[in-house]
Design a protein around this ligand. Structure first.
Ligand code: BGC
Length: 551
């Protein structure tokens, strides 16, 4: 691990893991830290630079660990603090960094803080947001619309309503209380001292409430994150804060602050759905328009780009028309919808079309931002829409054709949730062992494309982007360039083959060299450069000047 690379997150490939789903070392049916440690060599083989761990803190698990009942304790099925320390140490030995979820906005209603707070005379009462009516902050939207009718829930013991932006069993902490602000800094200190490399900060827009606003991304919220950043920079230099702020471009960008005083990274929520919309419409415009809105950002910051994650594919920050396009194209059964989104894994979402999966990854790895992969998507794992909530995309990792997909040796009925046995995605064929033996598999392809992305990580990771304008909207072409080096990326967003002519005159006499295979293509001349692309195909070219170059 290169500790001198202060901007390591701008070059990194991230991989998201729920501890319970990855590997079960003690055969109790639930994944654990010891199991994760055993699978680090796999992550290193794939080329992963940083793991993002979903919440592993003590929890009644009514929101898969996002409902924390003790921030300083590990969920017992996942192991012990020693197991956690060993995991972080072994990851670092392999050059892999580790960031973890930090749930700041709310706790479980089982947390002793909330239990105590229910007594209006207790010192903890003010740690939460109470009201005698359920009418305050009426402009705040409801996020889990399928389950919650209000952001207020009556507590019969306190005889008041308490505020919650998510499930009613997740009361929001009151960030107007200085003790809360300080305590959450202590949580951050506790885990960073144990060697974590940073945090994915959950639900950041919602920390404060103010009457007459939508209670999202308020100035007070930014001010708190600035306080947190300054503490982290002072006490744990080199560690990062990543924002989960599902917001429109301007509000999402605001989380970078001045580049040095708030978040290092933020998820590119604006881009994610628009990649799928562009595919559905066979039109590059949604991607081009949104990227123009999310760049530039400060030099020390980066977007975290992603295709899928552990939640539903969220459609909160798209227009009604865009949402209709998404539902029409990608929802084949009512159970595939959840809240304002689609609860599907990547492969089933696009009918397991291998060319489309590869094209989407090519976009992920060549557009500005650091890519985040979701466990299992590298083998095109399937999902189970009949499991409740978002559980259908959180099934056990498929390692081999053995019992329980090689995830656990427990009795199958003991698994925390069933493995995928649907004939298309059955674990007997769709697993790491089988795919690693097949040179043409998605897994081996992904490993290779990660290698190529890393080889060109300066240009593809840090370079500027310039779109090439031409009339065929099905073709999305752009140039990434960094310190005199340029790469040309050409993508066919259509289900059909395309022919396209690109104006590349500024590179007359240069040679495009295909980046994966190093095959030289004909030199660029004064006439438009002609490409044909098969359905959903893409090319990455390194552009080599007439004088030749050494990169
Ligand atoms: C997480 C969800 C979780 C919610 C409440 C989200 O942003 O990604 O999985 O349910 O926060 O904590």
């Amino acid at each position: 691990m290169d500790s001198t690379n202060r901007l390591w997150y701008r070059d990194a490939i991230f991989y998201e893991i729920p501890v319970k789903s990855f590997y079960d070392s003690n055969n109790d049916g639930v994944g654990d830290f010891k199991g994760l440690t055993q699978k680090l060599d796999y992550l290193a083989w794939l080329g992963i630079d940083c793991v993002w761990l979903l919440p592993f803190y003590k929890s009644p698990m009514r929101d898969d660990g996002y409902d924390i009942s003790d921030y300083y304790f590990i969920q017992p099925e996942y192991g012990t603090l020693d197991d956690f320390d060993e995991f972080v140490e072994q990851a670092h030995r392999r050059g892999i960094r580790v960031i973890a979820d930090l749930v700041l906005n709310h706790v479980s209603d089982q947390h002793p803080w909330f239990q105590e707070a229910r007594n209006p005379n207790s010192p903890k009462h003010d740690w939460f947001v109470w009201s005698d009516t359920d009418k305050k902050y009426s402009q705040a939207r409801i996020i889990f619309v399928d389950t919650e009718k209000s952001n207020w829930t009556w507590d019969p013991i306190a005889k008041q309503y308490y505020w919650h932006r998510f499930y009613s069993h997740q009361p929001d902490l009151n960030y107007d209380n200085p003790e809360v602000r300080e305590e959450m800094k202590n949580v951050v200190r506790f885990w960073l001292k144990r060697g974590l490399d940073g945090f994915r900060c959950d639900a950041v827009p919602f920390l404060f409430e103010r009457e007459g606003t939508n209670c999202e991304s308020l100035p007070e919220t930014h001010a708190y994150f600035k306080e947190l950043r300054s503490m982290v920079d002072k006490e744990f230099p080199g560690t990062i804060l990543l924002a989960e702020a599902n917001q429109w471009p301007t509000e999402a960008k605001a989380y970078f602050g001045n580049g040095n005083d708030e978040f290092h990274m933020a998820f590119n929520f604006p881009l994610m759905p628009r990649m799928f919309i562009a595919l559905a419409k066979e039109d590059r415009t949604p991607i081009v328009d949104i990227i123009k809105q999310v760049i530039p950002i400060p030099e020390n910051c980066d977007w975290g780009t992603f295709l899928r994650n552990h939640d539903e594919l969220t459609l909160e920050m798209v227009t009604d028309e865009e949402r209709d396009v998404m539902y029409h194209e990608y929802v084949k059964h009512p159970k595939m919808r959840l809240n304002l989104g689609i609860r599907r894994r990547l492969a089933p979402l696009i009918d397991d079309d291998q060319n489309t999966i590869r094209l989407l990854h090519a976009l992920l790895f060549s557009l500005p931002g650091s890519p985040f992969l979701y466990y299992g998507d590298e083998i095109a794992m399937g999902d189970n829409i009949y499991l409740g909530d978002r559980n259908g995309v959180r099934t056990p990792m498929q390692w081999s054709p053995d019992r329980n997909a090689g995830f656990s040796k427990c009795d199958p009925e003991q698994l925390y949730t069933p493995v995928i046995t649907n004939p298309i995605y059955h674990y007997e064929s769709r697993n790491v062992e089988t795919q690693s033996r097949l040179s043409s598999s998605l897994l081996n392809w992904l490993k290779e494309i990660i290698r190529v992305r890393k080889k060109y990580s300066d240009v593809l990771g840090r370079g500027e982007i310039r779109f090439i304008d031409h009339p065929n909207l099905k073709v999305f072409a752009f140039i990434r360039s960094y310190k005199g080096k340029s790469m040309l990326c050409v993508n066919n967003l259509s289900k059909k083959p395309v022919a396209v002519e690109l104006d590349l005159r500024e590179y007359v006499e240069w040679t495009p060299i295909e980046a994966q295979t190093s095959v030289p293509f004909p030199k660029i001349g004064r006439l438009p450069y002609f490409f044909t692309l098969s359905p959903h195909a893409f090319f990455w070219f390194k552009l080599t000047s007439p004088t030749g170059d050494t990169w």
